[in-house]
Design a protein around this ligand. Sequence first.
Ligand code: NAP
Length: 286
Amino acid sequence: MSQSVFVIGLGNMGAALAKTLMATGNQVSVWNRTAAKAKPLVQAGAKHARTVADGVAHADIIVICVSNYDDTYAALTDCGDLRAKTVLQLTSGVPSEATAMEEWMARHGAAYIDGAIMAYPREVGTEKCMLLAAGSHASWQRAESIVRQLGKHSIYLGDKVTAPASLDIALLLPTLSALIGMIQGAAIVERAGMPVADYLEMTTPAFKDRLAEDLRRQAMAIVNDQFGETEASLAGWAAAITHHVEDQAGQGIKLPFARAICDILNSAVAAGYGDEELAAVIKVMR
Ligand code: NAP
């Protein structure tokens, strides 16, 4: 069903959202603080809202994707009448900001869905794009179609509006840790005088198969609260990586990420969990 959608924020992500919503047949109007960024979308058929209030007045649903929540309030300074409108906030933020924004929207009479985008701009609208969304069920019913056009595998997490932001960091951390770990490894490989391209050939299969399996095993240990059975003890991991880090530090290389991992593992060993599964480090994080 075609809807009248107003997109606020046309940075890398906002532009991808607007483009996708145009491709799925909606009547899309756009606004960006720096007006020039609207030009390609307007050339492709979007309506350029002269002001935020103008865009709000002519839309049923308002999609916001700016840098952060403070910038969202800045963009909404003169937003006109939000009553009976549905606002889909896709700007990244923290749980308390989602709660405050929901209250702000309620005071302004708008239905509100808070979301987190678990994808890159190029993936928006494809099978690879997942949005996490939360808000009242009535608001979800109004926003669902647009959310699913943006991310086919999107998940409605219920009425607790803080949920997407909590999951956002929980899902970003494993990805970022793997990527930074690979980058730290590349620095070590470079220093050892070996080709990073060869290292890449070795990391790709490891990420594809081993990492997924390891993530599941460690997560299940936490779910079941069973850390006793292990084929690779926490103390073993701690000793091996600490030995490597001490050696690499002697080569003059900077190891901030590897050192952080050593600290986490060694603190869990010091707390008495050395004989347990790696996931037992959660006990020093709680
Ligand atoms: P970006 O390219 O840097 O764009 C930022 C946007 O925010 C621009 O449209 C900018 O307007 C606008 N903005 C900043 N301050 C503003 C203000 N005070 N008033 C009005 N507009 C303001 O960032 P992005 O990559 O599109 O990211 C946007 C959001 O999506 C972020 O919260 C980000 O964490 C989230 N996200 C991004 C990705 C990604 O891969 N890019 C993935 C998931 C989630 P100007 O053009 O005028 O500066």
